[in-house]
Design a binder for this molecule. Sequence first.
Ligand code: SF4
Length: 81
Amino acid sequence: ALIITDECINCDVCEPECPNGAISQGDEIYEIDPDLCTECVGHYDEPQCVEVCPVDCIPKDPDREETKEELLEKYNRISST
Ligand code: SF4
């Protein structure tokens, strides 16, 4: 999963771009629900939020490293519900 760091400036461009609805406004900055983030696997070649973020504050979460296969599994799980 990807994670939004505290460099987020709350610009709100990423939220509508997420095909999984994983991004929402948190208490201080925007947040990504790691259970919904497939890093856009299943939808796009590149994570859409990373493409649009003006301050490049959306790296991969080092605590939630997933393989492409695991991300695809998550995509299948999410889309079948
Ligand atoms: Fe924050 Fe980047 Fe999303 Fe803007 S695009 S709300 S700076 S994470």
